[in-house]
Design a protein around this ligand. Structure first.
Ligand SMILES: Cc1ncc(COP(=O)(O)O)c(C=O)c1O
Length: 422
């Protein structure tokens, strides 16, 4: 992890430099940033630290938000920085849209690459997971009868693109049925291994399911797939930011994700990864000036773009460094265990997410036995101002509880109290 001092010199305000923001805005932002850095380093790594982190988010006061899996929220720091970028853009629109922010955009790419420990030349700054999956599915040249393997837990945004772009050309989509509670990594890898045939070209799989938070063993599946010459595309919508990811170690060919969930960036931003070899298999979804750029930038070129949000993603990545990437991962697991320990052995509840830390992290799905989850969700919202996502697919009747860094143990106690009352 980088030190606070180097974070400050590397941070948004350092990138922003004189040209990006008016001096008074720059000063205000720097002031807020250094105050926050100071307060975080003065607070020991205990509940107080996380209460302080929570206080940085702009969620409504009374709301207990356990629904980060649906959509994240931004910390004040990111909100303010993005607002300033918008204002700067509106101060001189043509200047900033057409090249005035070229270096800043590259700085965001570098930060996104550092998040995954990969080269910036493998990173495109797109809008969301859905877009990245469409880019992959629309590009690959599959022959009639060739197969794409998808798990039965793929999100519609990772299934429909394959259906739309490939099925009508004769490619075959095959579904690998996963148990809700697998016992081991090997069990999951074996299910994919058994489904591979001579015709399999691609495995497209979700990293963390949006249904019950199951974390799939992407590294092991990729190793096995590559032995068979099969490409691997990963939907990282629910994993990016939740725990640390080294994409070179993971080994997949493509990874697409949305930063407006677990990275707490402005909405409508995503990070796309393709190895330099895999990039050669892609062609842009949208074409305009710059479409023949040989670098990965050709996949993010939409002419006029949401640049303040894109730079806001840079601010979100700075915020992550400020809080501490390793700390974030261990906090997510701490919250998971805190929740699970209190539910364990209580017959009123059934956990529908694998227990192992290898197989789940910050999303846990819990059934309130004998109650319809839609009713439970309604009661939590109306009587307790708690937001959770009800999950009824895959034989689930469970509440999907997302545990993010703005959720404290006190919030979990409140949620459990409410569930017990219900
Ligand atoms: C696993 C998964 N994939 C893809 C998506 C789609 O994300 P987006 O709408 O940001 O593209 C979601 C959204 O919840 C998701 O949970």
């Amino acid at each position: 992890m980088i030190s606070r001092r180097s974070w400050l010199s590397n941070s948004l305000t350092a990138i922003a430099g004189a040209a990006l923001l008016a001096p008074s805005e720059l000063l205000a932002l720097q002031h807020r940033e250094s105050q926050l850095a100071q307060r975080l380093s003065d607070t020991n790594n205990d509940e107080g630290y996380w209460e302080l982190v929570k206080s940085q988010f702009v969620l409504e006061e009374e709301l207990r938000y356990f629904n980060n899996g649906s959509l994240g929220t931004c910390p004040e720091y990111v909100v303010k920085a993005t607002e300033q970028f918008r204002r700067t853009l509106d101060g001189f629109p043509s200047k900033y849209m057409w090249g005035g922010w070229a270096d800043q955009k590259e700085a965001v790419r570098e930060k996104a690459a550092a998040l995954f420990s990969v080269s910036p030349e493998t990173i495109a700054l797109i809008h969301n997971t859905t877009e990245g999956m469409n880019l992959i599915a629309s590009s690959l040249q599959l022959e009639k009868g060739e197969e794409v393997l998808l798990s039965n837990h793929e999100h519609t945004s990772a299934r429909i693109p394959w259906k739309h772009w490939q099925e009508h050309k004769g490619a075959v989509l095959k579904t690998v049925e996963l148990p809700l509670l697998p016992n081991s990594i090997e069990e999951v890898v074996d299910l994919f291994r058994q489904a591979i045939t001579r015709k399999t070209r691609v495995i497209s799989l979700v990293h963390v399911t949006n249904t019950n938070g199951m974390r799939l063993p992407v590294k092991e599946i990729t190793e096995m797939a590559h032995e068979h010459g099969v490409l691997v595309a990963v939907d990282g919508a629910q994993s990016m930011g939740m725990f640390e990811i080294n994409l070179e170690e993971l080994g997949c060919d493509f990874f697409t994700s949305s930063s407006h969930k677990w990275l707490f960036s402005p909405k409508g931003m995503g990070i796309f990864y393709a190895t330099e070899t895999a990039q050669k298999l892609l062609s842009p979804l949208v074409v305009c000036r710059g479409y023949d750029d040989p670098s990965i930038r050709r996949f993010e070129n939409y002419n006029t773009r949401n640049l303040p949000e894109l730079l806001g993603l840079g601010a979100a990545l700075d915020f992550r460094e400020l809080v501490g990437a390793e700390k974030i991962e261990s906090r997510v697991y701490e919250l998971k265990h805190y929740l699970r320990d209190q539910l364990a052995g209580d017959e009123r509840f059934a956990l529908k997410t694998p227990a192992s830390d290898m197989l789940s992290a910050g999303i846990q799905t819990v059934e309130v036995v004998g109650k319809d989850v839609k009713e439970v969700k309604k009661q939590l919202a109306e009587e307790f101002q708690i937001d959770c996502r009800p999950m009824s697919s895959h034989d689930l009747n469970g509440l999907r509880i997302s545990l993010a860094i703005f959720n404290t143990k006190a919030d979990i106690d409140y949620l459990l109290g409410a569930l017990k009352t219900i």
